[in-house]
Design a protein around this ligand. Structure first.
Ligand code: ADE
Length: 223
């Protein structure tokens, strides 16, 4: 998979690309992640990428030209262009799995007070990562890239993500490591019993209990 990210803050992605599982996925050539500075595409003599909005109102608006040119430059017949915006489709684990089937994602990070409405025509899809407003689409694009890349074959063990929260509409079951007794809090005995069927049963029950208590809406979902 290839992921191209269009941003006016490319430096925000240095840590993202150079840490942990994402770094390893890039090294193992499971994914190519390229960060593109929108400013580089600006035809303005001062490399401006935003301007005042028509009709007044405060805040600057991202101009269409640099973003249209960037998408023209990067897009192929296999590309899916996704715009990060709080007005988009609410992201979830199912969509993360769906996106693993794409060959090429182009993620556009909106910024400042907004972006010119015509930029929307470039997008195959608009995604919001939740009902809150961030200063820009950079963190959301990292959320999308991270959640998709970890699901790609050979990035982490399949078993680790098959048991994730939200698969089967259940939150994750609890896990424990050493020591067996920490400040009086003991690891449930069944986990050290070696009895696999009982361990499975315990995990399923715990996941169900937690989901009923914290996210009963997940149990009502029909996906
Ligand atoms: N840009 C600002 N807030 C956002 C959000 N919640 N989701 C996606 N893009 C955003």
């Amino acid at each position: 998979m290839k992921i191209d990210i269009l941003t006016i803050f490319p430096e925000m992605f240095d840590g993202f690309k150079n840490t942990s599982i994402i770094k390893r996925a890039i090294e193992k050539e499971k994914v190519i992640i390229d960060i593109h500075d929108i400013r580089k595409y600006s035809k303005d003599p001062h490399k401006r990428v935003d301007d005042y909005g028509y009709g007044g109102g405060k805040g600057m608006v991202l101009m269409p030209q640099p973003i249209f040119d960037a998408v023209d430059d990067l897009k192929t017949e296999n590309s899916k262009v996704i715009l990060m915006t709080p007005q988009g489709f609410k992201y979830n684990q199912k969509l993360a799995y769906d996106l693993t089937n794409e060959k090429h994602l182009i993620l556009i990070c909106g910024h400042y007070e907004g972006f010119d409405e015509r930029i929307r025509t470039l997008a195959d899809m608009e995604i919001s990562i939740g009902d809150y407003v961030l200063t820009g689409g950079e963190l959301p694009s990292m959320v999308i890239a991270d959640s998709v890349v970890r699901l790609l074959d050979g990035v982490i063990e399949k078993q680790s993500h098959e048991n994730d929260s939200f698969n089967n509409n259940l939150l994750d079951y609890p896990v424990y490591t050493k020591p067996l007794d920490f400040r009086g809090m003991k690891v449930p005995e069944v986990l050290t019993s070696g009895h696999h069927a009982n361990i499975e049963k315990f995990r399923h029950e715990e996941a169900l209990k937690k989901t009923k208590m914290r996210r009963p809406d997940l149990l009502e979902r029909d996906e």
